[in-house]
Design a protein around this ligand. Structure first.
Ligand code: COA
Length: 254
């Protein structure tokens, strides 16, 4: 039997969702987005779940969206599993903690914008290579990043799309703490336990209040970005960029 690509475990009121496709660096498929969305929806309604912990495997958080899937075309991304996953995480009412080691590429970085506490290993590499792939930002990155760090820093990350370190992510206000790789999961778990022992309703109210005044704007940003992302997916630039990546060569844009 093949191993599930998202492992789910509920213990001590903490639901751990672990990306588990290590041979492809946990690149996210439609199936994985579906499973994540379903697990988060069920967690919303399950009073036994007080906190969600998102993790990858030992040396990789996720290499982002599966690149082969980008070649399958666009369709309505809001309705697609990826859009469903984004929607449910964006509106998830309980605290979410992330434990990140290794690569956190594309949505591997942008999903962190929708977590509440983020712990990252010292050799992790984050990256937003949307333009490098002929695409545009997603999951509210074009709206949130300039507001966290200012336009020019966000432009550097989004327009040049180079990988950046955990230390840089910390200095830009994207994450809570940089740790030795081996300590990341233990720290994330420790913080998740602390959250799980807080008053559950007070936590939910606090999360709602923190997001309340910009939740509608986040929703709009997420939708408008996905419209542009769909258009880009139907274009020529992404085909050239992905085939260049697969062929280990430089892209040649017309
Ligand atoms: N989609 C599909 N497959 C992917 C993938 C992705 N996003 N990222 C990695 N893989 C696959 C590789 O094709 C390779 O498969 P193979 O062994 O069958 O050839 C395997 O995972 C290992 O990848 P590799 O590049 O050899 O690993 P690495 O440790 O040297 O580098 C990364 C890891 C994440 C830095 C690198 O794989 C990478 O840059 N991936 C693309 C990330 C990306 O652009 N994502 C989309 C963001 S919008």
């Amino acid at each position: 039997m093949t191993e599930p690509t998202v492992l789910s475990e509920l213990r001590d009121h903490i639901l751990t969702l672990r990306l588990n496709r290590p041979d492809k660096r946990n690149a996210l498929t439609q199936q994985m987005y579906s499973e994540l969305a379903q697990a988060l929806r069920a967690a919303t309604d399950n009073p036994d779940v007080r906190v969600v912990l998102l993790a990858g495997t030992n040396d990789t958080f996720t290499a982002g969206n599966d690149l082969q899937d980008f070649l399958l075309g666009s369709g309505n991304l809001l309705e697609a599993p990826v859009g469903q996953f984004m929607h449910v995480l964006l509106n998830f009412p309980k605290p979410v903690v992330a434990a990140v080691n290794g690569a956190a590429v594309g949505i591997g970085t942008t999903l962190l914008l929708h977590c509440d506490l983020v712990y990252v290993g010292e050799t992790a590499r984050l990256q937003l290579p949307f333009v490098n792939l002929g695409l545009c930002p997603e999951f509210t990155a074009s709206y949130v990043l300039p507001r966290i760090m200012g336009h020019v820093r966000a432009a550097e990350l989004l327009m040049l799309g180079e990988a950046f370190s955990a230390q840089t992510a910390l200095s830009l206000g994207l994450i809570n703490e940089v740790l030795p790789n081996a300590d990341v999961e233990a720290r994330a778990w420790q913080q998740a336990v602390r959250l799980s022992q807080q008053a559950p309703q007070a936590l939910r109210t606090t999360k709602m209040l923190m997001k309340r005044f910009h939740q509608q704007t986040l929703q709009q940003s997420f939708q408008v970005e996905l419209e542009h992302f769909s258009l880009a997916l139907a274009g020529e630039e992404v085909k050239e960029a992905v085939s260049a990546f697969m062929g280990k060569r430089k892209p040649n844009y017309k």
